[in-house]
Write a protein that binds this ligand. Structure first.
Ligand SMILES: Cc1ncc(COP(=O)(O)O)c(C=O)c1O
Length: 419
């Protein structure tokens, strides 16, 4: 594959950093990726040349409205939807709290909501809190061997009283990609609203909300080269019905009706540029297109190709990384079986060494990884790792290299006492 890794890396100024004399290795992408210069430039440009509130008649406010509109169109191509179906918010957690509270306005005691044990807490707590209104929350179990959702348990917990099915597309802890199409199809048999957390998945796969026929999907641009901002897709028909939490003066139609107060315009500018960055990569990898893409906009097709090119670069690297990790005595990998779709996120524990100590040792060598439970509370509990440090998590991004993997393997072998 002709992936221009040097060209990609040269666009990320953060990658020039050194720690204790070592070039920094950014393996923290599930927590957030680094940012290309063009995204940073767009944000600075906004603050210097276009900074204003929206809705006025003078130059900078008109430009701000144009920028927001164009960003909605960019994200419409990212999700595969209409621009009116794109709303912005502070982050995914805040978006989901607002969404769950709005949906709950139409629920009654005894109604049920199905969440899952593989989810980040951002797609659990906003629903669990509704128990105080008498709403019954059930959680789908995870198979602790395969690290996938127990689909029989899901089907069993889906009675006709289920009003919402909220689940995770990609696990930020262990990388499992859930079968969203199948889950949504099942949810539809009881006419439940579907809410998908695509925060981890969005860096690793193409989002196709029409193909999924999903109602709500949220993600956060800082996980895919953008600034700290959350983005929500909502199906028009669902958003039209939704009693959002809004001030009376706010517009009463999508996409504005979901947004509260003044948005982070500079972050919106940066987020749209992150999409342009992905699309530009895709424009150099048109080989992924086929007849089924012929009705898409050029930008949507470029985004699709960009996402596929990134994964085709990362997945073989991740597979190599995992194969080498498996050889280390006392190292337990927490990753789905080979036939299961998953992202390039790799988690493990070393026997007798606390995950935080592993992360600290790597940090000293300039290798940035996370240790802990990553807010994946249900999964950590199921695996018995809630109270003993969770896991060490390595998350690849398209700017990582084979050399970085070799250096990290060397350090992990040394920590494990295998050298
Ligand atoms: C899978 C997943 N869902 C939700 C979130 C929360 O996103 P935010 O920090 O934008 O609220 C995260 C953050 O790490 C995540 O990884």
């Amino acid at each position: 594959m002709n992936f221009d890794i040097n060209g990609i890396r040269s666009q990320f100024p953060a990658l020039n950093r050194e720690v204790n004399g070592f070039p920094a290795i950014f393996f923290d992408s599930p927590g957030g990726t680094q940012t290309p210069q063009r995204v940073i430039d767009k944000m600075v440009d906004y603050m210097i040349h276009h900074n204003a509130n929206s809705g006025g008649v003078f130059a900078t406010t008109v430009e701000t409205d144009e920028l927001i509109f164009n960003a909605r169109k960019a994200f419409a191509d990212f999700f595969g939807c209409d621009w009116k179906e794109v709303s912005f918010g502070e982050n995914s957690t805040a978006i989901n709290f607002r969404l769950s509270q709005a949906i709950a306005r139409d629920l009654k005691p005894g109604d049920e909501i199905l969440i899952t044990d593989i989810d980040h807490d951002a797609n659990r707590s906003p629903w669990e809190i509704l128990a105080e209104r008498g709403i019954v929350i059930k959680s789908v179990k995870v198979d602790t061997e395969t690290l996938t959702l127990d689909m029989d348990d899901l089907a069993n917990k889906l009675p006709s009283k289920t009003k919402v099915v909220a689940f995770n597309y990609g696990s930020n802890a262990v990388g499992t990609i859930s079968d969203a199409r199948k889950i949504i199809k099942l949810a539809k048999t009881v006419d439940a609203i579907t809410v998908v957390d695509a925060v981890h998945y969005a860096l690793h796969g193409v989002l196709d909300v029409r193909g999924l026929d999903v109602d709500f999907v949220f993600c956060s641009a800082y996980k895919f080269f953008g600034p700290h901002i959350g983005v929500l897709y909502s199906k028009t028909q669902r958003m039209d019905q939704l009693k959002t939490l809004k001030v009376s003066a706010q517009k009463d139609h999508a996409p504005d009706k979901f947004e509260t107060g003044t948005l982070s315009h500079e972050a919106i500018a940066g987020a749209a540029e992150a999409i342009a960055f992905i699309a530009e990569i895709g424009s150099k990898h048109p080989q992924y297109l086929n007849e089924s893409h012929s009705k898409n906009s050029q930008r949507r097709n470029n985004i699709i190709c960009g996402m596929m090119a990134l994964e085709d670069y990362e997945i073989p690297l991740a597979n190599y990384f995992k194969d080498e990790l498996r050889k280390i005595k006392g190292l337990k990998l927490y990753c789905p079986p080979k036939q299961q779709l998953c992202t390039s996120t790799i988690s493990f524990r070393l026997e007798g060494i606390h995950p935080l100590d592993v992360a600290k040792r790597l940090a000293e060598k300039g290798i940035f990884v996370w240790a802990g439970g990553f807010y994946a509370v249900g999964l950590m509990k199921a695996l018995g790792l809630s109270d003993n440090g969770g896991m060490v998590r390595i998350g690849l991004a398209p700017y990582n290299t084979k050399e970085e993997i070799e250096r990290t393997l060397q350090e992990i072998r040394s920590i494990a006492g295998a050298l």
